[in-house]
Design a protein around this ligand. Structure first.
Ligand code: GAR
Length: 215
């Protein structure tokens, strides 16, 4: 497809969600292309996944910046240099500054391993087990300056089983994350959603139709 939207993907680790986006973007009708993968972690395996797919990579190590704003500025510059119009956070374990987030309004999406608004922040799967919930899941949402609180694009509910550990629950959730993230990105790009940051959800039918085709 011509005129695909250029997307930057930010990672910190293994990059299975990045891989699912890479695979989806190989489809001729997928409306986005991954123009750059940035990792704050020089050892992130996701960097190898991107290189293997001939996608440009850049390590922007937060340890080498004097503050969060300077780190965020470096990310901003790198993304704009290659013409990115949207950002996907895929296991990116740094909190972006309000200044950065506000300068990409409704252009950043994130995947989080819980049914938001439950279990925000780190170790969401451990939080779910400790809370004793029987259902958890994953959420894809727009990023606003409030942590894990922007409008929700898609969610999948996944059971917490007896004897689950954070590791076993994480693996079960991740399997579904990998299926849903490309669908959410495709939906957002195709519909060119224009949302008010105070919205709590997008029109559900858009993502539900796509999700029903795989569940
Ligand atoms: C995923 O479970 C993702 O939801 C989570 O990190 C993992 C990254 O896996 N992200 C967060 O917890 C963000 N708060 P991956 O590197 O294999 O895509």
């Amino acid at each position: 497809m011509n005129n695909r939207l250029k997307v930057g993907v930010l990672i910190s680790g293994n990059g299975t969600n990045l891989q699912s986006l890479i695979d989806a973007a190989k489809q001729v009708n997928f409306p986005a292309e991954i123009a750059l993968v940035i990792s704050n972690n020089p050892n992130a395996f996701g960097l190898s996944r991107a290189s293997k797919a001939n996608i440009p990579i850049q390590v922007i190590d937060h340890n080498t910046f004097e503050d969060r704003e300077a780190f965020d500025r470096a990310i901003d510059t790198a993304l704009k240099k290659v013409g990115c119009k949207m950002i996907c956070l895929a296991g990116f374990m740094r909190v972006l500054s309000a200044q950065f987030v506000d300068s990409w309004p409704m252009k950043i999406i994130n995947i989080h391993p819980s049914l938001l608004p439950s279990f925000k922040g780190i170790n969401a799967q451990k939080q779910a087990i400790e809370a004793g919930v029987q259902i958890s899941g994953c959420s894809i949402h727009f990023v606003t300056s409030q942590l894990d609180s922007g409008p929700i694009i898609a969610q999948v509910a996944i059971p917490v089983l007896n004897g689950d550990t954070p590791t076993s629950l994480s693996a079960r959730i991740l399997e579904h994350e990998n299926k849903v993230y490309p669908i959410a990105l495709e939906t957002v790009v195709n519909k060119l959603l224009c949302l008010n940051p105070s919205s709590k959800s997008i029109n559900q039918s858009e993502t539900t139709d796509s999700l029903l085709s795989i569940y």
